[in-house]
Design a protein around this ligand. Sequence first.
Ligand code: ZN
Length: 110
Amino acid sequence: MNLHSIFHSSFVLKWKERLFPTKLTKRNLYFAEGIVCLIGVSMFLALLISLWFLIAVFFFVVWFMILNARLLHCPKCHAGENLNRLMYAVNHPFYCRNCGARIVIEKESD
Ligand SMILES: [Zn+2]
């Protein structure tokens, strides 16, 4: 097994999809929301305990930026959409501001 086949194995792809999901599902949106909470918590710890927690803040911010690029957009036209509006779309009818297509958040995870 060479390095190339390891990086393209189903195991790696599964974890990539799990850590940096692309599919617009309810679970993945809660996952993104969780990372936003972790940013807040580590900022709080940085102010309260040690500025070393800013490393964690940086780490989670980068993680969220990757999710923002991969997950948080309209599936039809790929216009960016913010997390709060997509969370609203979980329980309410919601239409893309750019192309007008209805954005349906899948309730079922894989
Ligand atoms: Zn759209």
